[in-house]
Design a binder for this molecule. Structure first.
Ligand code: AMP
Length: 596
């Protein structure tokens, strides 16, 4: 085995450690979690806390807890913890030490060398402080690399071609956007902009501010004045924010959060995603200005960017993806967990230094968008309704398991029921997608149009889809489960392909000559032109079906071969390139024979 060099993302809010095993990066668990909060604290009796335990105590004892020490790296400052004062790199070293210990426990190997990532804008002093933190933690820092480079490496570990990436990284406390050029394994940051004071924490604060103001109006108490109520409020706001990334509403319930005249007060409220998005919109717009600046600095237009990669937990906010897609005119990539990909990229860099070869990063994602059929009412209130609008809920390439919901409204007064028709596909017109299930929710409240129905989709790793619809006002709900939703699509796709091919056959001379397969077999004269194609076609379809059946059981390496040859067969079919189809089918047949 080559030398072990781990990759570490030492983040402002969270940190992660990853390693490459058998050519693939894997994030290791720390206290059972891949994400370690970058927090350090001291208990009342002087015990050191790092990570989750420090974060938990932060709400109760913010004065004994340190967060976001990364912001202070490289500064000639001291941070106090209990009676003691520490340099920022000493606090970072405690976080690195925790990561190192956890990795050693999981790998049962000593961990001595690491690649650590830093923001592209870090100056030499900040990089040096990071190196020092690593050394204090007992690590030889073999390389410091830029976070956007690490992210790009995760999406292009083969490092063969030339590619331009735009890496949009919005974490807890900082924002960076970088243009990275990859050329034959050399990664270069062409331009980088950002805001060291902008991140998910600001979203939390905005959300908390609105909740606190509402509470102040209701009870005359400002939750922000008492440190422990404020810390609880912020923690609840953060949880609600995460909820809003996947659902249209989030509830906040905090009992005994404050007291007035000896009477305990409870916080209980609901936030709508729509409102939240309006609050954070100015902050997101600031990131888009930075993005434009970095494109201008790199002298590139949006159209020249080949991959837009999202990094940092805050990019899970749907508004961000939507605005970026609108601005850049292309889909964004977040298939690899945006909060883990930097650590994975650092591990890839470590493995490259150690001389290991790297395969692509495998992730379980949904290959197609899932959503429901709905009625689209034009904004001019004309009566040109579109009855077949596809409303996506879980977007294609979302990592699995995925759980998302969206809110829809009834269109008629006293509407007693709604049809929930679930489709899979990418077309805005549901008729061009595939229906995977349908049910009716009946007995809705007799209220005017605009009754809110929350539709939730849960897609598990094994492809089971649970669809539920809930009348928001009453809680009335109904659900169905679709087994094998993803596989079912593949079957439907194959069936449709087969139907197309059957039509081709029927349209062909052979088909019109009222021949059976047998007859066609017996009549070599038909084996030219379309008849010849028909025979090749039928054989190819049978092989493709068999390949699809065996594919999931095939070992990974065989699967890649199989995919390549299946694509060749499919392309030849579409092109009606019979010679090529014959040769590709023979190859496919050989592989299948070997696999069976
Ligand atoms: P990072 O520094 O990359 O670990 O990002 C941490 C930030 O991501 C914190 O502000 C988190 O609250 C935020 N975050 C994590 N998950 C989500 C989510 N599902 N939706 C929105 N923000 C999130």
């Amino acid at each position: 085995m080559s030398e072990l060099i781990v990759g570490i993302d030492l983040g402002t809010t969270n940190s992660e450690i990853a390693v490459v095993e058998n050519g693939r990066p894997r994030v290791l668990l720390v206290d059972g979690d891949p994400i370690l909060p970058s927090m350090v604290g001291l208990t009342e009796d002087g015990r050191l806390l790092v990570g989750k335990t420090a974060r938990n105590q932060w709400a109760l004892a913010p004065e004994r807890t340190i967060k976001s020490v990364k912001r202070k790296m490289g500064r000639d400052e001291r941070v106090s913890l209990g009676e003691q004062h520490y340099r920022p790199q000493e606090i970072s070293a405690m976080i690195l030490r925790k990561l190192k210990d956890a990795a050693e426990q999981e790998l049962h190997l000593p961990v001595r060398k690491a690649v650590i990532t830093v923001p592209a804008y870090f100056n030499d002093t900040q990089r040096q402080a990071t190196r020092e933190a690593g050394e204090l933690a007992g690590l030889e820092v073999v390389r410091i690399i830029n976070e956007p480079t690490a992210a790009a490496l995760t999406y292009d570990p083969s490092q063969t071609g030339t590619e331009l990436f735009l890496v949009y990284d919005l974490g807890g406390g900082t924002f960076d956007v970088s243009v990275v050029r990859a050329e034959a394994g050399i990664f270069e940051v062409l331009a980088s902009h950002g805001d060291t004071e902008l991140g998910g924490d600001d979203f939390d604060e905005l959300l908390a501010k609105h909740v606190a103001e509402e509470f102040l109006d209701s009870f005359g108490v400002d939750l922000r004045n008492a440190p422990s109520s404020n810390a609880r409020l912020l923690r609840a706001a953060e949880a609600a924010k995460r909820q809003l990334s996947d659902h249209p509403f989030a509830r906040i319930e905090e009992e005994f959060i404050a007291e007035k005249d000896g009477v305990p007060l409870h916080l209980s409220t609901e936030i709508a995603r729509e409102d939240y998005e309006e609050w954070i919109r100015p902050l997101v717009d600031r990131t888009l200005t930075c993005l434009q600046q970095s494109l201008d600095d790199a002298k590139l237009s949006a159209g020249q960017i080949q991959q837009v990669v999202l990094v940092g937990g805050s990019t899970r906010t749907p508004l961000i993806g939507a605005l970026l897609e609108e601005r850049l005119g292309q889909p964004v990539h977040r298939e690899i967990h945006p909060d883990l990909c930097v650590a994975m990229g650092a591990a890839i860099q470590g493995a490259i230094i150690a001389g290991e070869s790297i395969g692509s990063v495998l992730v379980d994602i949904t290959p197609h968008t899932l959503g429901i059929k709905c009625l689209d009412i034009p904004s001019d209130y004309s009566f040109a309704y579109n009855e077949f609008k596809f409303a996506p809920i879980i977007k294609r390439n979302t990592p699995l398991p995925a759980n998302r919901s969206e809110v829809f409204c009834t269109v008629s007064d006293h509407q007693p029921c709604v049809d929930i028709e679930v489709y899979q596909g990418e077309n805005t017109d549901v008729r061009r997608n595939h229906r995977v299930g349908k049910f009716v929710i009946e007995g809705l409240a007799r209220v005017p149009a605009g009754n809110q129905i929350v539709v939730q989709l849960d897609l598990t790793l094994d492809g089971t889809l649970k669809v539920s619809a809930r009348e928001k006002a009453t809680g009335l709900s109904k659900q169905i489960t679709v087994e094998n939703a993803i596989a079912q699509f593949a079957v439907e796709e194959r069936t449709a392909a087969q139907a197309r091919l059957n039509r081709m056959w029927n349209d062909s001379e052979a088909g019109q000559a009222e021949s059976s397969w047998q007859r066609e077999e017996e009549t070599p004269a038909l084996a030219t032109g379309p008849a010849e194609g028909a025979r090749e076609t039928v054989q190819a379809v049978a092989l493709l079906e068999k390949a699809a059946r065996l594919r999931d059981k095939a070992p990974e390496d065989d699967r890649a071969d199989l995919d390549r040859i299946m694509t060749r067969v499919q392309t030849a079919l579409v092109d009606q390139a019979w010679e090529e189809l014959r040769s590709a089918s023979n190859e496919l047949s050989d592989i299948l024979f070997y696999m069976e």
